[in-house]
Design a protein around this ligand. Structure first.
Ligand code: 9PG
Length: 538
């Protein structure tokens, strides 16, 4: 297979094509040469895919932590948006929330590898902080040919007259082995964005996958008392302590002592206190949303009236609107100041490890104070404010995070969907048609950990999600718990245990010790060579 440059799709696109070893590199920009402000959804470099031999397959890289990454076959598989037709949900899993237009269209975010009988070709953007890069493999208009649209996705960002915007360079690189191609891409992309890749190997405990939102201060303290039996460095409280989504510094009745006391006692026990927040979401009835309605992103109803933008839905969180949560407008300087203050206050209480969740929210289509910002810039602005408030020494962990937007700001990143106290779901449990594998399931996390292993210590530390070692109060068979632990260990990624520690027996303790030993070894070797979990993908 060969990719041959054909044309640009969109006005005002300038490009410069330079040879790049075996492949090609495109430096490009887009200009608004008109006399009026224009809104740019996306501009593309279009390539013809020629001389395809045999089946054409595509590594589809998912948009955010929980989005599916997989291998799809052109002409056989479909984009899940053609099944779901649900923009609210699609906004969480694709750069462009709109459904794809053709049946024969597969898309991958940030990077892809195409593969036929002649081998792999990588197509990737060497950055993602200023806009998304969506690779769309499409049937050409003649109904026969195949094309790749390498789209700089700008999400309707406004460009004033006579301005231009530099775009992330695109590379096209054939090779012998997709794993080397991806490793090389990740190295260059990480170095360009000054990725934070030097944090030590992480071992810890997290409250979520045993207690979920039923976590109490008593349960947390009971686990803290048992933590000394294990090699933990981090001790992280997850969702369930807050009075409302958005009011992160106010605890609910299950945490009577308040966060400062909890943070102080975790630190006194010798651990790094960690805490979960969903910084860009606010419950409609939270203090923050009630006092500052002007901080909310908006959308325009067909009537022309504007309303707060609904960014996610989770009935367990309450909030007064059937579980719908609003999104903060991260282009509003007051919001950024607020985010920095929250992060600063948490760090001040000892929580120097912040798990930042549901952070795709500012990438949704909506009305924002500064309409010139792209979705990627909106997400990055939010993360940068948190980094500024938390300081350089805090460990920031992205979660539900558009991966390409935050290189250089986070120390760790969740690179898969949630594990769960079971292996996989019955397909009848699919909530949104076409998106089963974004739902919690240990098997889906295992798959993501393999397919994104090449990112570890190139772009951040990979967080594959938690180990679960208990054999009671779980539907995860012990063979599957061991299988998952081995994947986590081989990946060299973060090893965070999520069990009621009172349930861990001697064999669970041994499994953790083996996993951590394997993890340290894999992690150390990944600094020098390819991650040991990276295996052939096609
Ligand atoms: C806390 C949890 C944990 C977990 C996070 C995130 O698609 N979903 O409906 C969906 C719900 C929850 C979720 C991920 C996806 O979990 O990944 O580790 O912190 O939030 O609420």
């Amino acid at each position: 297979m060969r990719l041959v440059f054909d044309r640009v799709d969109g006005v005002g696109v300038n490009y410069l094509h330079t040879p790049n070893g075996d492949g090609a590199a495109y430096d490009w920009s887009v200009a608004n040469v008109s006399e009026e402000t224009v809104r740019m959804r996306g501009v593309s470099l279009v390539f013809r895919v020629e001389d395809v031999r045999g089946e054409l397959r595509m590594f589809r890289h998912g948009f955010q932590s929980w989005s599916v990454s997989d291998i799809a076959t052109f002409g056989v598989d479909v984009d899940p948006s053609t099944i779901a037709h649900n923009e609210f949900f699609q906004a969480a899993h694709h750069a462009d929330q709109r459904s794809v237009t053709g049946v024969d269209e597969l898309r991958s975010e940030w990077v892809t590898v195409l593969h036929d009988d002649d081998g792999p070709v990588l197509v990737g953007f060497l950055g993602g902080g200023s806009h998304d890069g969506t690779l769309r493999l499409r049937r050409a208009a003649d109904g026969v040919g195949i094309e790749v649209f390498a789209e700089a996705y700008l999400g309707d960002a406004e460009m004033p007259p006579n301005t231009h915007r530099g775009l992330h360079p695109l590379i096209i690189e054939p090779g012998a082995d997709e794993t080397n191609l991806l490793d090389g891409w990740a190295k260059v992309t990480g170095a360009t964005a000054q990725a934070r890749v030097d944090a030590p190997y992480q071992v810890g405990w997290c409250s979520w996958y045993h207690y979920f939102d039923d976590i109490t201060e008593d349960a947390l303290r009971a686990n803290l008392a048992l933590a000394g039996d294990h090699p933990f460095e981090v001790f992280q409280l997850d969702d369930g302590f807050q009075s409302a989504i958005g009011d992160w510094l106010i605890t609910n009745a299950k945490f009577p002592s308040g966060l400062a006391s909890v943070g102080k006692d975790i630190a006194a026990a010798g651990y790094r206190p960690g805490i979960w927040i969903a910084p860009f979401l606010v419950a409609p009835d939270s203090v923050v949303a009630t006092e500052h309605p002007e901080w909310l992103a908006k959308f325009e109803a067909p009537s022309g009236k504007t309303y707060p933008l609904r960014a996610w839905m989770n009935p367990i969180w309450g909030g007064g609107h059937d579980g719908y949560m609003y999104g903060l407008d991260t282009t509003n300087p007051e919001v950024l100041e607020h985010l920095a203050q929250v992060a600063n206050a948490l760090v001040g209480m000892g929580f120097t490890y912040l798990k930042l969740d549901f952070t795709f929210a500012p990438s949704m289509d909506g009305i924002y104070a500064d309409p010139t910002k792209t979705p990627a810039e909106r997400v990055r602005l939010g993360y940068a404010a948190i980094r500024a408030g938390a300081g350089n020494d805090a460990f920031l962990l992205g979660c539900g995070a558009p991966l390409s937007h935050i290189v250089g700001l986070v120390d760790g990143n969740r690179i898969g969907p949630d594990v769960a106290p079971y292996w996989e779901l019955d397909p009848s449990k699919e909530v949104i048609p076409g998106y089963l594998r974004t739902q919690p399931g240990t098997r889906y996390a295992d798959d993501a950990t393999r397919l994104r292993a090449f990112m570890h210590r190139r772009l951040w530390l990979n967080d594959p999600d938690c180990l679960m070692l208990r054999t009671e109060k779980t539907a995860l068979a012990s063979a599957d718990a061991e299988r998952w632990a081995r994947t986590v260990g081989l990946s060299g990624g973060m090893a965070i245990v999520s069990d009621d520690l009172a349930l861990l027996d001697a064999s669970a303790k041994r499994l953790l010790e083996e996993t951590v030993a394997l993890g340290r070894e894999s992690d150390a070797s990944t600094r020098e060579q390819r991650c040991p979990l990276v295996e052939s993908m096609f």
